[in-house]
Ligand binder design. Structure first.
Ligand code: FES
Length: 197
């Protein structure tokens, strides 16, 4: 969906609303999730698959889990976010993820099995910092082309709400999408996919 002609005041309202929801979500979902996920330390060290219950995740919220010692984010995208994903392609370095690390079954602007939920490794592909979740559709500090996403303050890399890197920033490729599959409508497993034995 093109955003040309979008009423700026409406976008700013959406920005404020999304920011609040996202901020609350980060604190709200972290505790219940960490209680629900308890593989042994030995299994974690071995990089065992990780089950994620995301039933409490609300639109606009992000949650994080550890897999192979790396943070993996699950982000529930709003309808406004989903509608914006195709309109920012000209600002991205690799909009089709041709150079980026992701399973072959992850395709399209959403980069997800279910477009509503982004699953991505939360490590910047530049030097390994963890970017900040910035879901607002407009952000004065991130430029006119900002459509929501992830900002890495280490050296200024920007990623959209599908983890696709902007052109002209230090990070060379999109955020990694791990292999994963759904176990139910409200749970998934990271580290295995339908091709697993
Ligand atoms: S580590 Fe992210 S911009 Fe350098």
């Amino acid at each position: 969906m093109s955003t040309d002609g979008v009423d700026k005041s409406k976008r700013r309202f959406l920005t404020a609303a999304t920011t609040v929801v996202g901020g609350v979500g980060a604190a709200f979902v972290a505790v219940p999730f960490l209680k629900s996920w308890s593989p042994s330390a030995k299994a974690r060290a071995a990089g065992a698959p990780v089950e994620v219950d995301f039933s409490k995740l609300q639109p606009g919220q992000q949650m994080a889990v550890l897999w192979q010692k790396k943070p993996v984010w699950i982000v529930r995208r709003t309808q406004e976010t989903l509608a914006s994903l195709a309109s920012n392609r000209d600002h991205l370095a690799d909009p089709d993820s041709a150079q980026s690390k992701q399973p072959e079954y992850i395709k399209g602007d959403a980069r997800a099995l279910n477009p509503e939920y982004l699953v991505t490794v939360g490590i910047c592909t530049h030097l390994g910092c963890s970017p900040t979740y910035r879901p607002e559709l407009v952000a004065a500090d991130l430029g006119d082309d900002w459509m929501g996403g992830f900002f890495c303050p280490c050296h200024g890399s920007k990623f959209d709400m599908s983890g696709r890197v902007y052109a002209g920033v230090p990070a060379p490729t999109n955020l990694e999408v791990p292999k994963y599959k759904y176990l139910s409508d409200t749970s998934l497993i990271i580290g295995v996919d339908e091709g697993a034995a």
